[in-house]
Design a protein around this ligand. Structure first.
Ligand SMILES: NC(=O)c1ccc[n+]([C@@H]2O[C@H](COP(=O)([O-])OP(=O)(O)OC[C@H]3O[C@@H](n4cnc5c(N)ncnc54)[C@H](O)[C@@H]3O)[C@@H](O)[C@H]2O)c1
Length: 306
């Protein structure tokens, strides 16, 4: 008996890397899985219908149930079709793991309009579109049944949204968008039995092995292999289980042997007030002494890179 026996899951971008492991992990817990992928290269180029099918074959050969849904996560028609495929094939939908994505790195000086748009599109719209059709199904089902559904939504962001690396302005902005989007879904989903959380993984995949980060993510010659993607994937699966019913509206970091909860931003930092309307003089009287004691940027909002 698996913890997800009888449940139905959609995993986006499940042909490679983390998504493939999420699909295998959900299936190993008994879920029937719709394996979505567009079969693109690490920079989002190309298409390959056989990529998702290969993971379906892998799940089936291990005794699980799965079906492929070739399509683009950021296309409303394809996103609706992959959710519908779960309902038509297995009679329900319980789990959506939003995972698909790619990077096209560069500083603001070098990034083209297409490199900006395509990365924003695949991550932000690519989370929004499948979530829209999953949430709509869950709301309608809950209203029809007069009872909460079993709904689990897991989004994939990145620590880039906190570190804001200058070489990834498109990706870090997109991942910040995913966090805000998912926090709203968590609030909405509470009415219908749906949990929604965000996970920030660190893992050796073609995404991290293709650029300047490759050296960091190398497999060590000995000792624990911190960046093996197998260390990140179990949390995604756990958040989809019945046992995780009280976990919603959280952001986690996972890699190696640790799971961390990211604290909510504190909107109640230093407070400055005026008796009248602000002007340049009153602003500087109050803000000037405060910032004299602080370093620009390093004491600022983004988390210093570790
Ligand atoms: N690897 C890491 O350390 C790391 C860190 C933080 C966040 N992430 C995030 O994890 C997720 C998975 O990344 P990965 O490292 O496994 O990369 P990966 O390249 O191995 O896998 C990404 C998958 O998404 C698919 N995909 C891309 N565009 C798609 C589209 N439009 N429609 C459907 N499928 C599409 C690709 O074909 C591929 O199978 C991404 O959202 C990534 O941003 C990864």
């Amino acid at each position: 008996m698996g913890s997800l026996d009888g449940k139905v899951a959609v995993v986006t971008g499940a042909a490679h890397g983390l998504g493939r492991l999420h699909a295998l992990g959900l299936a190993a817990e008994g879920a029937r899985v719709v394996v979505n992928d567009l079969g693109v290269a690490a920079d989002g180029s190309g298409r390959d219908e056989s990529a998702a099918q290969a993971v379906v074959d892998e799940i089936k050969s291990a005794g699980g149930e799965a079906v492929a849904a070739f399509g683009d996560v950021a296309d409303f028609g394809d996103a609706q079709a992959m959710i519908q495929k779960a309902i038509d094939t297995y009679g329900d939908l319980n789990i959506l793991v939003n995972n698909a994505g790619f990077t096209r790195d560069g500083t603001i000086f070098n990034l083209t309009e297409d490199e900006f748009d395509s990365v924003m599109r695949v991550h932000v719209k690519g989370h929004f579109a499948p979530s829209k059709f999953a949430m709509t199904y869950w709301r309608e089902k809950s209203k029809k049944d007069g009872a909460p559904v079993f709904g689990r939504l897991v989004s994939t962001a990145s620590e880039s949204y906190m570190f804001a690396p200058p070489g990834q302005p498109n990706y870090s902005a997109a991942k910040a968008g995913i966090v805000s989007l998912t926090m709203g879904l968590a609030q909405l989903g509470q009415r219908y039995g749906v949990t929604a959380n965000v996970v920030l993984p660190r893992a050796r995949t073609r995404m991290t092995m293709g650029g300047p980060t490759a050296a960091i993510f190398q497999k060590p010659e000995d000792g624990f292999d911190n960046f093996a993607p197998e260390n990140s994937s179990p949390l995604f699966v756990y958040l989809c289980t019945p046992q995780a019913e009280r976990i919603s509206g959280y952001v986690f970091v996972v890699w190696g042997q640790q799971v961390k909860i990211v604290e909510r931003p504190n909107p109640n930092g230093a407070l400055f007030q005026t008796e009248t309307a602000w002007n340049m003089q009153t602003l500087h009287e109050q803000l000037g002494p405060h910032f004299e004691k602080l370093e620009p940027v390093t004491d600022g909002y983004s988390v210093p890179a570790m």
